[in-house]
Design a protein around this ligand. Structure first.
Ligand code: FAD
Length: 142
C-alpha cells in the first residue's frame, strides 16, 4: 500500500458560510472518509479552507477529484502531494480544529504571513508545511 497526503487550500464560494453548511461538509466528509480509509484535517478561517487528506494513493486521488468539483468552494490549489511513512491524523476521519485568526498569528514562522492579512489561499508549499507541522504536534491536538 502506498500512503500519501494531499494538501490543498480553497475559498468558500459563499463568503458567509453558515455553521450548518460547514457541519454538512464535515459530516459528509467523515462518513465517506471513514468508509474509504481516509484521514485528515480541515481548517476554516476567514472564508478559506486548508485540508489535509491522507490514505492510500488511488483513494486520496479519487476523493480529491470529487472535492475539486464541489461548487461549495473555488480557487482550489493543490499545495503538496507526496508519500508519507505514516499518518499524522490517523485518529481523525476528518478533524476540525477550530482556529481563530489569533491562533494562526501564534504559529512560529507564519505570524508575519497571517499578520499581513493573508489567508489559506495565499499559502505555498513551504508555509503549508509549517502549518501542517503546527497542527500535527500543536496545542490544537487536544
Ligand atoms: P452526495 O453527498 O450524494 O452529493 C452529490 C453531489 O452534490 C456532489 O457532487 C456534491 O458536490 C454535491 N453537494 C452535496 N451537498 C451539497 C451542498 N450542500 N451544496 C452544494 N453541492 C452539494 N468529501 C469527502 O468525501 N471527503 C472529504 O474529506 C471532503 N472534504 C471536503 C472539503 C471541502 C472544503 C468541501 C467543500 C467538500 C468536501 N467534501 C469531502 C465533499 C465532496 O466535495 C463531495 O461533495 C462529496 O465527497 C460527495 O459525496 P457523495 O459522493 O456521498 O455524494
Amino acid at each position: 500500500m502506498s500512503l500519501i497526503h494531499c494538501i490543498y487550500s480553497s475559498a468558500a464560494a459563499d463568503t458567509n458560510l453558515s455553521k450548518e453548511a460547514l457541519d454538512e461538509i464535515l459530516q459528509q466528509s467523515r462518513t465517506n472518509n471513514a468508509k474509504a480509509g481516509i484521514t485528515g484535517m480541515l481548517l476554516y478561517e476567514g472564508g478559506t479552507f486548508f485540508q489535509v487528506l491522507e490514505g492510500e494513493e488511488s483513494i486520496v486521488e479519487s476523493i480529491y477529484e470529487k472535492i475539486e468539483k464541489d461548487p461549495r468552494h473555488e480557487r482550489i490549489t493543490k499545495l503538496i502531494v507526496e508519500p508519507i511513512a505514516e499518518r499524522a491524523f490517523g485518529e481523525w476521519s476528518m478533524g476540525y480544529p477550530r482556529v481563530s485568526k489569533k491562533d494562526l498569528l501564534d504559529i512560529d514562522g507564519l505570524n508575519d504571513f497571517f499578520s499581513k492579512g493573508n489567508s489559506f489561499v495565499e499559502l505555498e508549499e513551504g508555509r503549508a508545511k509549517l502549518l501542517l507541522k503546527a497542527f500535527h504536534k500543536g496545542k490544537w491536538r487536544v
